[in-house]
Design a protein. Structure first.
Length: 262
């Protein structure tokens, strides 16, 4: 065995030097191309077809009788100082909330929507405004799940001390609303297919298949706020608030792509 001392030197045959720059550049280009292909695949998937792609937009509407009513109610009080206005408001609002619960409204259907305290001003020419008192406002949103009781509940709230009422607006609970939108979806698909068949017949081809379906949007136009009609049953009787829920329309818009061919 040959030993090498620390002072010995050994010359190894030189190896050809490789330039890494072209390799690095090629790797970057390859990575960039792969990234571009990936991004393209995500935004515009390629559909292999020898036919014609037809994009159709169709809308359908389902109608339902509302089964819930949304009402905003509250109390507005005024006093010379802020503390007195808030205290009077709290006392009166407690009675209103008690009446809401007594009417069978569940806790989950009662939600405070705003508590406000604002100074009231007197304005005089060439003088700074002066505070003359304070106004306190407390509102709650309630959901009434028995439409037949809306008028009676509104009357009981006013009798208890509520001096501010907005609504009712009528809607559907989640279960019925989902069912209505599903009906509208089916109707939109049928309309889209019928339109595709019309195009295919006109072009002398057939509808091969549905390539893609996407929801363009769903909407339930808000119902106009009904007037609360006051009806007297007989002379001297208390007024009865009458409301009419009418009918709600729920619409669905679909974008459907069909493949047409011989």
């Amino acid at each position: 065995m040959t030993r090498l001392s620390s002072s010995s030197s050994v010359r190894l045959p030189s190896l050809p030097r490789l330039s890494l720059r072209p390799l690095a550049l090629a790797a970057v280009l390859a990575f960039g191309a792969a990234t571009a292909m990936s991004a393209s695949a995500q935004t515009a998937p390629y559909v292999a077809t020898d036919g014609t792609l037809l994009s159709v937009s169709a809308e359908s509407t389902a109608k339902r009788t509302p089964n819930i009513a949304n009402v905003s109610t509250g109390v507005v009080t005024q006093a010379a100082d802020a503390n007195a206005a808030m205290r009077a408001n709290a006392e009166q609002m407690a009675k209103v909330v008690a009446a809401i619960k007594a009417a069978g409204i569940a806790e989950r259907d009662i939600q405070t929507s705003g508590i406000n305290l604002n100074p009231q001003y007197r304005y005089q020419e060439n003088q700074p405004p002066q505070i003359t008192g304070y106004q306190a406002n407390n509102n709650v949103n309630i959901v009434i799940r028995d439409i037949s009781k809306v008028g009676k509940i509104l009357d009981s709230l006013v009798a208890t001390g509520a001096n501010q009422i907005n609504g009712p607006t009528f809607d559907l609970d989640d279960k019925d609303k989902d069912a209505a939108f599903d009906e509208a979806r089916r109707g939109a698909i049928e309309k889209a297919r019928a339109r595709a068949e019309m195009y295919a017949k006109t072009l002398g081809v057939k509808v091969r298949r549905i390539v893609s379906v996407s929801e363009g949007g769903r909407f339930a136009p808000p119902m106009p706020m009904p007037m609360m009609a006051m009806r007297m049953e007989k002379a001297g009787a208390a007024a009865d608030t009458s409301v009419s829920p009418g009918e709600n329309s729920l619409s669905m818009n679909l974008d459907v792509v069909f493949e047409l061919g011989k």
